[in-house]
Design a protein around this ligand. Structure first.
Ligand SMILES: [Zn+2]
Length: 491
């Protein structure tokens, strides 16, 4: 987010502690398969993951599920999904899909299965409150608990902290999603106190990209004051290494960045400065993110802009949910999410929410409606739309926010199956991983979310997550949430 709510408060850093692991210990589900069987397929479960894992078997069959496979195809009833090791082995009607002998069978009648979410605007810090903190413990737990199995961050406050967190998850030190890490925020403009790397020349940005590529960043996040030559150089330098660039832009317009070959534009229409009257090249106009409220999305200029973005091959990352939290009177603070906040931080979040109309950061409801219409038009024009949460102190939390996007995409007019596709397979396409993740198809990685009920008929049921499979291991969503309770804003 660069609605800089921190201007409302004195920003600071309260928690830079080393990784503190949740100490919750819960007995393994007694019905789990024998450990000796699972040992044939994968190494023994690390002790730090074991309390959260309820399904760990070499072969697992999810039977009688309603399946939304992530491709946009209509939901199919009474399906069986067979997982072997870390992969999906078979998918088909329960009547004709054999369950392998010795498989751990989960009869999931009354449940829906969707792919693990591939989310593209995630953060490992919690901002927008007085003290910005790293979500060292809570972030990975909440993302995974709410079905996010792959998370691309979009700007790091502490890039080394984030890279180490990614590696800790990979090493099994804590449950969490597969992270793709951006380096530090890259912004232009005059010298100022900021966690961003200020870059004003192509030479400088090439050096910065090369450095963070060497350190393990796989994406780069540009901010709203960069110039076109810096954007172009960043893209060239990243692409030369097989890495990618995204941006929350302003000084450079969507069509300019698409022309330069940017991989993904964050936030959609609200930040598209192409349509700000009097826009000067390389300058962020002060009216950006406000004047769009009065721009006609159906106008030839906006539609032509969309065509040029699509022609340039730039994807767009929808973040409707976080902007909804800036629309006075619209968003509700979700009590299930609020429980995850440290009590003092929760009071701050509640105050931010209550004071939104007077804050100077309010987004008019009609602008949110235009963002929805623009995203529909972008997809109709052949554009690739993914989504991300962008956690923030207005009450928008990891995982919960990603699921709120599902409801809002449906409200925008996408079918539930298309909305799932935006959250899953499209995300994998943007990451260039669609060959291995993003949908429930044989051969793909066994990342799936088991939801109680039917979020196709009742979108609000998307939050009823029971089990999240990552790499074939089934994690108990409630146990993950329990371990994150009260921690957001502290650790
Ligand atoms: Zn952000």
């Amino acid at each position: 987010m660069t609605f800089d709510l921190s201007r409302l408060h004195a920003p600071g850093v309260r928690s830079m502690k080393a990784l503190v692991l949740p100490t919750l210990v819960v007995a393994l589900c007694a019905s789990d398969g024998p450990a000796t069987l699972s040992a044939q397929e994968r190494p023994p479960l690390p002790p730090s993951l074991a309390p959260f894992v309820t399904v760990d078997a070499p072969v697992v069959a999810l039977t009688h599920v309603r399946l939304v496979d992530g491709t946009g195809a209509p939901a199919r009833d009474d399906q069986t999904v067979v997982l072997r090791g870390t992969r999906i082995e078979a998918v088909g009607p329960s009547g004709s899909t054999p369950v392998p002998r010795g498989a751990r069978v989960l009869d999931l009648s009354g449940h829906t299965v969707i792919p693990g979410l591939v989310s593209l605007h995630e953060h490992t810090y919690f901002g927008g409150v007085a003290r910005m903190t790293q979500m060292t413990v809570s972030g990975p737990l909440l993302y995974l608990a709410m079905g996010v199995t792959t998370a691309m961050t979009a700007g790091s406050q502490f890039p080394y902290h984030e890279l180490n967190l990614k590696r800790a998850v990979e090493a099994g030190a804590t449950p969490g999603p597969r992270f793709h890490v951006t380096g530090p925020y890259l912004n232009g403009g005059p010298p100022r106190a900021s966690s961003s790397r200020i870059v004003n020349t192509p030479e400088e940005v090439r050096r910065v990209v090369a450095y963070w590529a060497g350190e393990g960043a796989t994406w780069f996040k540009l901010q709203g004051q960069v110039t076109r030559d810096v954007v172009g150089a960043a893209i060239e330098e990243a692409h030369a290494r097989g890495l990618r660039v995204t941006g929350h832009l302003c000084s450079v317009t969507f069509t300019e960045a698409a022309g330069l070959g940017i991989d993904a534009l964050q936030h959609g229409f609200i930040t598209d400065s192409d349509h700000v009257p009097g826009k000067q090249p390389d300058v962020c106009p002060s009216g950006n993110m406000r004047v769009q409220a009065d721009v006609d999305v159906g106008s030839p200029a906006v539609q032509e802009g969309i065509r040029r973005i699509v022609a340039g091959g730039a994807a767009v990352v929808s973040t409707l949910g976080v902007y909804e939290t800036f629309v006075p009177g619209r968003a509700r603070l979700d009590p299930r999410a609020m429980e995850m906040l440290d009590p003092d931080v929760r009071r701050e979040v509640e105050a931010n929410h209550a004071g939104l109309a007077e804050s100077g950061f309010a987004v008019p409801g009609r602008l949110l409606a235009k963002m929805m219409a623009w995203e529909r038009a972008f997809v109709r024009a052949g554009g690739l739309l993914g989504a991300g949460s962008d956690p923030w102190g207005t009450g928008f939390l990891p995982g919960f926010g990603n699921l709120r996007n599902y409801e809002l995409l449906v409200e925008a007019g996408f079918t539930p199956e298309e909305a799932v596709q935006v959250l899953t397979l499209n995300g994998a396409r943007i990451l260039g991983e669609e060959g291995r993740s993003g949908s429930i198809e044989p051969g793909k990685v066994a990342d799936l979310v088991v939801v109680r009920g039917d979020p196709v008929r009742a979108p609000a049921q998307i939050y009823e997550i029971v089990t999240v499979f990552r790499d074939g291991l089934g994690y108990d969503s409630e146990k993950l949430r329990e371990a994150a309770k009260g921690r957001v804003g502290v650790s």
